[in-house]
Design a binder for this molecule. Structure first.
Ligand SMILES: Cc1cc2nc3c(=O)[nH]c(=O)nc-3n(C[C@H](O)[C@H](O)[C@H](O)COP(=O)(O)OP(=O)(O)OC[C@H]3O[C@@H](n4cnc5c(N)ncnc54)[C@H](O)[C@@H]3O)c2cc1C
Length: 283
């Protein structure tokens, strides 16, 4: 199939992109890397009146370290993250995860902001925002607001972004001393979307874990924090008994839904296997 007809404008500034979003309330779409939007247009899953091309807004393509956080511009591509020395030093799980997103051609065009704005429940970046306690700056003609990732994802491809808002930047708090993180996903073939995937992060003092955060993707209608499992691991050493309790909690935490190939029971089982592997990596 071919895309339906639409108008097109290349925005020369963030302000112009916001003005266009405002004018076309609900009938315009931002075009970033195009790796999800163009297929959606061709399948006629999306039929906007206007595409606002932001791909030339270089001010939105950066990775910046401040005293308190790593700031990633929304237009930063998956491949930029994969290759960034700062990301590798501060958040090696993001380097690992970037390498699992699709294939090099897609990683060279697709953007972190596009992935988070799309809110595909099977995508890596939305879950990363939860595990690493990120916040997001949204821009519109009305100004900017910063929202915690925790409250951003609302359902399948659904976020708390208003129709006239766009994602400007992603903020990742620098890790506290003693923070350990692990990432993994189980796929049928390399480059496929995950059957289940997770990011785990915790602070270690001595052998004891605290501030544990576990975010899963690919199992439910949106990325989610496995809050029961997090509580089961906090204050423990991540020993076998604690892991077993955390694994038991996943049934209620995840309540998995089937995909084309896997039943909810398979997804739950694989999520439990993955959790044990990732907690072992924290050690
Ligand atoms: C074959 C294939 C395999 C893939 N595999 C994976 C995978 O394994 N894991 C994974 O995570 N992704 C995967 N993807 C998706 C890919 O990572 C996309 O790049 C990403 O989801 C969207 O980024 P984009 O920059 O291409 O966004 P676009 O396609 O340009 O836009 C996607 C949506 O987000 C909106 N949008 C984009 N940027 C903004 C913004 N700054 N503010 C507000 N709204 C915005 C658009 O309007 C659109 O609705 C795959 C894609 C393909 C085609």
């Amino acid at each position: 199939m071919k895309a339906p007809s639409f108008a097109y404008e290349r925005a020369e500034s963030l302000a112009r992109a916001c003005a266009l979003l405002h004018q076309h309330a609900g009938n315009a779409r931002i075009l970033a890397g195009g790796q999800s939007l163009i297929p959606a247009l061709n399948l006629r899953l999306s039929q906007p009146d206007l595409l606002i091309d932001i791909s030339q807004l270089n001010e939105l393509r950066h990775i910046t370290v401040t005293a308190t956080e790593l700031v990633v511009g929304a237009l930063t591509r998956h491949a930029d993250i994969e290759r960034s020395a700062d990301v590798k030093r501060l958040f090696p799980v993001l380097t690992q995860a970037a390498a699992q997103i699709a294939h090099p051609a897609i990683r060279n065009r697709g953007t972190m902001g596009g992935s988070i704005a799309l809110a595909d429940p099977a995508a890596e970046w939305p879950a990363a925002t939860l595990a690493l306690d990120m916040s997001l700056t949204l821009a519109s003609e009305r100004g900017e607001r910063r929202v915690p990732a925790d409250s951003f994802f609302k359902g399948i491809y659904e976020t708390g972004m208003a129709q006239d808002e766009m994602l400007k930047s992603i903020h990742i708090p620098l890790p506290a001393a003693g923070t350990r993180s692990a990432f993994g996903e189980l796929t049928r073939r390399s480059g496929d979307y995950a059957i289940t995937g997770a990011f785990v992060t915790a602070r270690k003092s001595g052998a004891t874990l605290s501030a544990t955060r576990i975010a899963f993707f690919g199992v439910a209608g949106q990325p989610l924090l496995a809050r029961g499992a997090m509580a089961a691991l906090d204050g423990t050493t991540g020993d076998a008994a604690a892991v077993a309790r955390a694994q038991a909690c996943l049934a209620a935490d995840l309540d998995p839904i089937a995909d084309l190939y896997n039943t909810p029971a398979t997804k739950l089982h694989l999520s439990r296997v993955l959790l044990a592997r990732l907690v072992a990596q924290l050690a």
